[in-house]
Design a binder for this molecule. Structure first.
Ligand code: PMP
Length: 433
C-alpha cells in the first residue's frame, strides 16, 4: 500500500468520505486521492515522494505559484507579531485600498473568511437593502454552500450529479429562482413576472464551476441594466475570477472596458485575495455596503475576519501580482489549451476548449457549451482515464471535468514541457474510453 492509500483508508474512518471538501475524494475519477505534504512553485509533493505539476493551484489562490518567497516572508513576519487580535489592524485598510485601486466600484469592502460567507452576506445585504426576498441565480453557477444558492449549483454538485442538497428547506429553495445561463430573455421574463419581489441577481463573473463557460457578449452588462431598471441589485461573484484573470478580475476584462462602462452593485472576492489563507470579501457601492452593521440594519460579523496573517498573505500576493504575472499566466493558458486541443484532435476526440480570460477547461464529445444543460450533456466518461493518465505522468489536474484548469506564474518551461509530453498519451486514453 502507498502512503496515500494508507492515509486515505485511515481518513475514511475519521472524516466523512475521508475529506474536508467533497471533490478531493476523487469520487468521479476513481482511485486514491494524493496526500500532499508540501508545495513549491508549480509543483505538489505527495506522501509517497512523488511530485506533480499542479494545475489546480489550490483551486485558484496560488496565482504566483506555491510558497512564493515574498508571500512567505510577509506571512512569517505577521506570524511573529501574533496570530489573531479580534480587533482592527492597519493592514485591513491597506488591503481594502489595494482592491479599490484595482476595482474602483468597490467603494467599501468587508473582509470575511470564505467565499461562501461573502456570497451569503451579499445576498442578505441585497435583501436588507431592497426589502425584497427573491434571488435569481443561474444553473451551473456555484456560489459556495449557502443554503439558498445550492440549487443546480455546479462544482462538486455537478461532479456528484446532485440537483441540490438535502437539508435545504423548501421555503428557502422557493426563494431562489434558477435560470439557464447566458439567456437574457429568461431574465427579462422572470423580471416581468416577479420583478417587484426580486432582491438580486447573483452570477459568476465568468462561470468556472460547470467547467468554464464564456459569458455571451453583453450578458453581464445586460444583467446590470435589467436589475437597475427593476430596482434589484446585481451581485457579481468574482471569488474565483477576481485578481486571477486580470488585475481587476473578469469585470476588469469586460465591464471596465465596455463602451458605456458598467459595474455591479456588489462584488464578492475570495481565493487570490487571501493568497492561500482563509480570506474573502464583499464590496461595492457605499450606499449599499453601509447597510451592514455597525452602520446599518444588516448584521454580519466574524471572529477571524480580517485576520492579520491572512491580510499579510493577501497584501503580499496582490502586490506581487503585477501585469507581468498576468501576462505570463495568460500566455501559458493559451499554450496549454492549444496543446490540449491539438492532442485531442490528433486522436479524433471531439471536444470544446472552454475559455474565460486565462481560465479554461475541456468538455468532451461536444462542440460548444454555453450553459449547464450543454455542460452536462458532454461525454463525462472520457475524463477519468484522461485524468489518471496525466496523473501517472506527474500532472495533477482537477479531479472533475466540471472544474477549471488553473495555472500560475511559476509554471516555467520545465513544468510546461512535462504537461506537453503527457498530453498525447492522455488523449489516447480519452479516445479509448
Ligand atoms: N463562488 C465561486 C464562484 C466559487 O468558485 C467558490 C468556490 N470554489 C465560492 C464562491 C465559495 O468559496 P469558498 O469555497 O471559499 O467558500
Amino acid at each position: 500500500m502507498s502512503s496515500s492509500e494508507e492515509l486515505f483508508a485511515r481518513a475514511q474512518t475519521l472524516m466523512p468520505g475521508g475529506v474536508n471538501s467533497p471533490v478531493r475524494a476523487f469520487g468521479s475519477v476513481g482511485g486514491t486521492p494524493r496526500y500532499i505534504t508540501s508545495a513549491q512553485g508549480a509543483y505538489l509533493h505527495d506522501a509517497d515522494g512523488r511530485d506533480y505539476v499542479d494545475l489546480v493551484c489550490s483551486w485558484g489562490p496560488a496565482l504566483l505559484g506555491h510558497a512564493h518567497p515574498e508571500v512567505l516572508k510577509a506571512v512569517h513576519a505577521a506570524v511573529d507579531r501574533g496570530l489573531s487580535f479580534g480587533a482592527s489592524t492597519p493592514d485591513e485598510a491597506e488591503l481594502a485600498a489595494l482592491v479599490q485601486g484595482r476595482v474602483p466600484a468597490v467603494e467599501r469592502l468587508r473582509m470575511v473568511s470564505t467565499g461562501t460567507e461573502a456570497t451569503m452576506t451579499a445576498v442578505r445585504l441585497a435583501r436588507g437593502f431592497t426589502g425584497r426576498e427573491l434571488v435569481v441565480k443561474f444553473a451551473g453557477c456555484y456560489h459556495g454552500h449557502v443554503d439558498g444558492l445550492l440549487a443546480a449549483a455546479g462544482s462538486g454538485l455537478a461532479t456528484l450529479a446532485m440537483p441540490g442538497s438535502a437539508g435545504v428547506t423548501e421555503a428557502t429553495a422557493a426563494e431562489t429562482l434558477v435560470l439557464p445561463y447566458n439567456d437574457l430573455d429568461a431574465v427579462r421574463e422572470v423580471f416581468a413576472v416577479h420583478g417587484a419581489r426580486i432582491a438580486a441577481v447573483i452570477t459568476e463573473a465568468a462561470p468556472a464551476n460547470m467547467g468554464v463557460v464564456t459569458p455571451a457578449e453583453g450578458f453581464n452588462e445586460g444583467l446590470s441594466a435589467i436589475t437597475r431598471e427593476h430596482g434589484a441589485l446585481l451581485i457579481l461573484d468574482e471569488v474565483l475570477t477576481g485578481f486571477r484573470v486580470g488585475p481587476a478580475g473578469y469585470w476588469g476584462l469586460t465591464g471596465a472596458r465596455a463602451e458605456a462602462g458598467w459595474a455591479p452593485d456588489l462584488f464578492t472576492f475570495g481565493k487570490v485575495i487571501g493568497g492561500g489563507l482563509p480570506t474573502a470579501a464583499l464590496g461595492g457601492r457605499a450606499e449599499v455596503m453601509e447597510y451592514l452593521a455597525p452602520l446599518g440594519p444588516v448584521y454580519q460579523a466574524g471572529t477571524l475576519s480580517g485576520n492579520p496573517v491572512a491580510m499579510a498573505a493577501g497584501l503580499a500576493t496582490l502586490r506581487a501580482a503585477t501585469e507581468q504575472v498576468y501576462a505570463t499566466v495568460d500566455a501559458r493558458s493559451v499554450e496549454l489549451s492549444t496543446a490540449l486541443s491539438e492532442a485531442l484532435a490528433a486522436e479524433g476526440v471531439q471536444h470544446s476548449i472552454q475559455r474565460a480570460g486565462n481560465l479554461f477547461s475541456v468538455a468532451f464529445g461536444v462542440s460548444e457549451v454555453h450553459n449547464y444543460e450543454q455542460a452536462q450533456a458532454q461525454e463525462v466518461f472520457r475524463y477519468a482515464p484522461f485524468f489518471h493518465s496525466m496523473l501517472d505522468s506527474g500532472v495533477y489536474l482537477p479531479p472533475s471535468v466540471f472544474e477549471a484548469w488553473f495555472l500560475s506564474a511559476a509554471h516555467d518551461d520545465a513544468a510546461m514541457n512535462r504537461i506537453f509530453q503527457a498530453l498525447p498519451v492522455a488523449a489516447k486514453a480519452a479516445a479509448a474510453a
